[in-house]
Design a protein around this ligand. Structure first.
Ligand SMILES: N[C@@H](CCC(=O)N[C@@H](CS)C(=O)NCC(=O)O)C(=O)O
Length: 227
């Protein structure tokens, strides 16, 4: 049986969402942050200590993209990936890779710069903020052209990989998406998906939907003050 370890309010939301979209059987184990980073239970499972982690028989594996590929091909009959014969195959591969190769690291970098106490007027901070703005324009432009999903007409795992950065990640580093109307329309489409709604019910019920333009409030601060 496939087991998915999801740390609430984290990138592992992708894996729960994927399993719900694929409608496969899996065992969901929920973990809370302790208080900000991974709890010991995740560190005990995986030496890198980050979420997601999946287990399947003798296998224990981390990394969202690896988990997504593995689940799609081992448990999902290849659904939500596009095959090389598909006209949008290159788009699928590109946007899947862009999510965790470029977009998510850009936001993580800015979060770290801020956490280190560097002011947003600092030249390095400004340079990396400029990069993030460029990447968001790139995503927005693509969605304006497809008017649907990142790979084209079909919803794919490229969307599942990308949405975390455009939503939940904004509680860690505030991003105003008001200037990106295609992203905002896309996010409204995303949250209507039954698979996304099931993930939220099972994995992150308390988390506000972060699909509006203005930067969301810092939900983690709220969680910490409740603890
Ligand atoms: N590239 C990795 C990043 C995983 C990652 O950094 N996850 C964060 C949650 S968003 C985490 O576990 N942070 C807590 C920690 O490292 O202690 C992936 O996609 O799985």
């Amino acid at each position: 049986m496939l087991t998915v370890h999801h740390m609430r309010v984290s990138q592992s939301e992708r894996i729960v969402w994927l399993c719900e979209e694929l409608e496969i059987k899996y065992d969901l184990k929920l973990h809370n942050r302790d208080p900000m980073f991974s709890p010991q239970a995740i560190k005990d499972l995986y030496e890198i200590g980050s979420a997601p982690v999946i287990q399947d028989g003798d296998l224990t594996m981390g990394e969202s993209a690896a988990c997504v590929e593995y689940i799609i091909h081992k448990h999902g009959d290849g659904r939500l990936a596009l095959p090389p014969s598909h006209p949008n195959y290159a788009d699928y591969v590109y946007w899947f890779a862009f999510s965790n190769g470029t977009l998510q690291p850009a936001v993580s970098r800015l979060m770290s710069i801020k956490a280190a106490g560097v002011d947003s007027s600092n030249d390095t901070a400004k340079r990396y903020q400029g990069k993030l703005d460029l990447y968001l324009r790139h995503v927005d432009g693509r969605l304006g052209r497809t008017n649907k999903w990142l790979a084209g007409e079909e919803f794919t795992a490229a969307d599942i990989m990308t949405v975390f950065t455009l939503t939940t990640m904004r509680t860690f580093y505030s991003i105003d998406l008001s200037a990106y109307s295609n992203i905002l329309t896309y996010l409204k489409r995303v949250v209507q998906r039954p698979g996304y709604q099931s993930y939220r019910e099972k994995g992150d019920l308390e988390l506000p939907l972060m699909i509006d333009g203005p930067a969301p409030e810092n939900f983690l601060e709220k969680l910490k003050s409740k603890a």
